[in-house]
Ligand binder design. Structure first.
Ligand code: VTB
Length: 345
């Protein structure tokens, strides 16, 4: 993959983050999402690439932009021959979430990010629009903790791997009714729980870095975003596992149809014969080359949110590349007009 792509991709997430950050705290999550989608798509379509959205805003009939299967990049235009030599270009797959944690942005809460992951064609699992049970943990615990074990067992393993007592561990869980038992079990095992209202991608990525004081993410979130988390954590050598959740009674949101049986049939149609399969990070993001980029919309543990000043804005982005084996924190000043001053910190 072209190494200049990394820099362009940074601008894609930056533009999405700036667009939704303008709507931070306005209470309108759909609008915060819409503007991020538009900005992301607009910038993406100016990149010299042949891209295809594999995880996006939904199926074509329900999403006007960045729908699954949408082709993006200059080299997908009808007149592409004038700009690109098709033989020279690798086809790339892209997973996007232009405003991950839309509620967080709409209510000015921490942890909302504009994120995407890229790989060569076929390198990202095209996760169905179901839920996913997730387990994320730091690199030292990779392959030791296991989603098929109980939370209590995993906390013991985590405590050994990280060489800290269980009560020194912090586990992030989304505040949902479906997690009542999970939360109780983690507490009884002695660990501390950080409940978040939304935004498990940011929580998962926090597990990849020591110093965030987040040692695990447990619980059920959306499946497509699980692939984006997996892409980041795979590059960091951290632990991520996911298992699809297709039973509406387990999820309790009324968002995934009427019955478990119908969902199993739907998964089969999509080619998923074993709906209970556990996927590791390198199966969800299996590509030879993986690139992850995320810009903070609202502030989080790892990244600042977007800060506006007269004539511009400042963003912070995390870019992780499996190719260059780097995790870069990119701090950018965007000068939209002639700024009155450029804020240094
Ligand atoms: C969201 C969101 C998460 O999962 O809650 C969603 O905040 C699904 O859960 O970050 P609900 O339907 O119960 O809200 C994520 O988007 C990503 O996994």
């Amino acid at each position: 993959m072209d190494s200049t792509l990394g820099l362009e991709i940074v601008e894609v997430v930056e533009q999405a983050a700036i667009a939704s950050a303008r709507l931070m705290g306005k209470g309108d999550k759909n609008e915060a999402d819409r503007v991020a989608v538009e900005a992301m798509r607009e910038r993406m379509n100016r990149i010299h690439m042949r891209g295809r959205i594999v995880i996006g805003e939904g199926e074509r009939d329900e999403a006007p932009m960045l729908y699954i299967g949408e082709e993006v990049g200059i080299c997908t235009r009808e007149d592409a021959k004038a700009y690109c030599n098709p033989e020279e270009l690798v086809e790339i797959d892209i997973a996007v979430d232009p405003c991950e944690g839309t509620n967080l942005c709409a209510y000015g809460q921490p942890g909302s990010m504009a994120v995407l992951a890229i790989s060569e064609k076929g390198g990202l699992f095209a996760a169905p629009d179901f839920y996913m049970k997730k387990l994320a943990a730091p690199p030292a615990a990779r392959g030791h903790v296991d989603i098929t074990k109980t939370p209590t067992e995993n906390l013991k393993i985590l405590s050994e791997c990280l060489d800290r007592a269980i009560d020194e561990l912090v586990v992030v869980v989304m505040k949902r009714d479906r997690h009542k038992d999970l939360i109780q079990e983690i507490r009884e095992a002695g660990a501390r729980v950080q409940l978040i209202t939304d935004g498990d991608v940011s929580a998962a990525i926090n597990c990849g870095f020591s110093g965030t004081n987040i040692h695990a993410l447990m619980g059920i979130g959306a499946a497509p975003e699980g692939v984006i988390s997996a892409a980041a954590l795979r590059c960091l050598g951290a632990h991520f596992q996911g298992q699809l959740v297709y039973d509406p009674e387990v999820v309790q949101t009324g968002l995934i149809g009427e019955s478990k049986e119908a969902n199993i049939a739907r998964l089969k149609e999509m080619g998923i014969d074993n709906p209970d399969r556990v996927y590791n990070a390198d199966e969800l993001a299996s590509g030879e080359t993986i690139l992850f980029a995320g810009t903070g919309i609202t502030p989080g543990n790892l990244l600042n949110g977007v800060r506006f000043f007269k004539g511009g804005a400042r963003t912070q982005t995390l870019v992780i590349s499996s190719q260059s084996k780097t995790a870069r924190f990119v701090d950018t000043i965007h000068m939209t007009e002639q700024p009155k001053y450029i804020q240094l910190h």
